[in-house]
Design a protein around this ligand. Sequence first.
Ligand SMILES: *Cc1c(COP(=O)(O)O)cnc(C)c1O
Length: 406
Amino acid sequence: MKIETSTGFDTVCIRGGHVTEGHRAHLTPIYASSTYVFESAEQAISVFKGDEKGYVYSRWGNPTITEAEEKIALLEAYKLTNSNGTPLQLKAILHASGMAAVTTMLLGNIKYGQKLITHQSLYGGTHELIEKILPGLGIQSIIVDFHDINKVEDALKADGNIGLMYLETPANPTLQCIDLEALSSLGKSYGLTVCVDNTFATPYLQQPFRYDVDYVMHSTTKFLNGHGTAIGGVVIGRDIEKMEGPMTKTHRLLGGNSNPFDAFLLTNGLKTFGIRMERHCSNAAKVAAFLEQHPAVGTVNYLGLASHPDHATAMRQMKNGGAMMSFELKDGFDAGVSFINKLKMCTNAVSLGTCDTLVSHAPSTTHMGVDRQQRLAFGITDGLIRMSVGMENVEDIISDLDQAMK
Ligand SMILES: *Cc1c(COP(=O)(O)O)cnc(C)c1O
């Protein structure tokens, strides 16, 4: 179906990017084929020259993968326009994981001797990539408090080698938000490539391309897949020529391609994405309200609550408070451990964005290796529980949390 500017979000989720193929299958099959057959030597020549579009080899492209890519590009561009009023076109490239997507995005846009500027509260894997791998390739990072726009500008003035700005909002696990509009506009005014990790918010809640950023990436493992069935990542870009040229080249040579089975699972998950997010978010708002008044709970970090320090920023750039939260059990580390053990329904697991509610105790898991003083400085207190609110009946989620805090 042709997607018009009037097409609704859920319709795009269900129909966007689908092309009917040869055998009249309703759903795009899992094209488990590494290579593609040419009808003649002449056809091979014209495909290789780029005169004729066509699949060649599945690291380069695969019909099952294409459908997921097109759906995600349509969702990130949903109802956005270029400055001249025409609908925004985006191109997405699917990857084996969120980390593969970050790698392609960074290595495709920054070179030896250049620097990137970013902030403290990045996803752990991204932080480690920047700290442990990029310096060996001659790419240094400057870490600044992105809540303070003047500090960011001072850093940009002080160093002419900064080529890329990397943003992630909201961030794990305290849901800190940074101002996409202000940071992107500052970055662009200094000629930087601006990249955003939109995994936590998803295009349902937040569309960074509204603020002229160059790239958005996702770990599709989370809300986009939505069922916890596959690892995946995607890079989406607005410069189509660059995406089809150098970025596609970088992707193919780094080899972080997705595979048809995971892409099929992703496409299937995306069909219910809009509806899932509605339920995730309405459940989360109710769970946050319950936790906020509970005597065993201290701070509740949820962007929909006026008490969150970044509530105003979040409400400006996000549709609502989302489905992620964290909260502090007043009685500390042991209370956190005991709470996790007493849960009868909610799942004790890291990751996020699945139909099932996922709960984890940050200090004894994801932040186990972080020095306690440093962790406390980031707001990760001893009793901090992170929760990805699922789609179960909200009464069941609340009663499980309640009994585990007794
Ligand atoms: C999970 C995650 C990643 C990494 O994605 P993988 O699919 O695990 O490689 C990157 N950024 C954020 C915000 C994430 O939550």
